[in-house]
Design a protein around this ligand. Sequence first.
Ligand code: EPU
Length: 419
Amino acid sequence: MGKYIINGGNRLEGEVRVEGSKNAVLPILAASIINGGESIIHNVPYLKDVNTLVNVLNTIGCSCSFEGNTMIVNSSGELNINIPEKPVREMRSSIILMGAMLGRFKRVKISFPGGCEIGLRPIDLHLAGLKLLGAKIVESHGYILCECDKLHGNEIHLDYPSVGATENIMLAAVSAEGVTIIQNAAREPEIADLQEFLNKMGARITGGGSSTIRIQGIREFQNVEHTVIPDRIVAGTYMVAAAITGGKVVIRDVIPEHIKPIISKLGESGCKIYRHDQSIGISCSKRPNAVEFVKTMPYPGFPTDMQAQMMALMCTAKGTSIFIETIFENRYKHAEELIKMGADIKIEGRAAIVKGVNDLMGAHVVSRDLRGGAALVLAGLAAEGTTVVDNVDTHIDRGYDSLDTKLRSLGADIAKDEN
Ligand code: EPU
């Protein structure tokens, strides 16, 4: 399971480099199926979720090799259209394989991903979009069989700007006959990165990163080489690490534009933030001010993936903050653990009321999901005494590459116990 043991109180100082984005690389790995050739992908982070998806790709017949942070995927030849069940149950985002497989082989069988730690997470929008492209979908015994003679372009209006549904539709539509327009598409930077990867492969997509995406389907794809964008949530997590310890940190390899909503909230809390090309400097000398209102929204709103980390910071702030989680219905599990560390938090449905306390205290806490786990590590950095964060392998390692090593390089007293 793995645990982090943190002796809190050290002020973080120095420089840290942000790894490639988990939520960009996962759909890009799925997209590497489409060309039936070679994809060279740079800036791939070492993460459990990346491993899970690479294992699936290997199992269905691709060959994937890692050299440093470069992954080479070869998807030539026939692939097995039956996606193994275990990884899909383990990692919900494997569902994005559906669009890519359907586009290339016109048939895919995949198990229903089901709910997860942060909510029910249905895939109705993915399925409705693929149906509009001509797929026939049969659901039985927990499996989805998706097939078609050919895919055809269509106009698809998403009821909600779902990231995964937008990606799945793009991955299928690049191989469809004619033009597909996705209205109310998700605008996250990871969508624009997927567009760039697909276009380098020969696809003709415009609008990725805006709410209308236009995809002209094509028949032939080519080999591709691409560098994944930096992880904006990892960058935000290190910014909070600096803020919660009253530290001064330079975060390298970020796209400041992608983290504007995080910069804005940390600015409100009293941190001084400097932007310089691909770096962000953050310096926070005193106890943070409470931020009146943190409401999670689809991009470019405040990201749900930073809600837990921001809550850890607000637990130590002067005053009261109100959080509203609008994206996932069950994303406050970290609150219970933060309370064990002395935090004053009340949850009321989608709202959390956080009254800042003078000091957090070290405690034995359990990470229940990826970002919630990161929030507990951040709280541990600020707490008096020792904090043990359990379940690191199951959750935190899914989305942070060498979190403990990077925090140690900034002066944190954190060690990993593999047991
Ligand atoms: N939704 C539906 N029906 C659908 C699809 C989504 O009701 O068919 C609902 C979901 O249940 C959820 C909301 O819409 O309540 C948003 O879901 P979305 O599809 O946008 O999210 P996702 O694609 O499942 C990605 C990230 C998440 C991130 C969300 C929101 C990846 C692999 N995952 O999930 O990342 O929180 O977008 O930004 O890209 C994380 O990294 O910790 C993480 C959870």
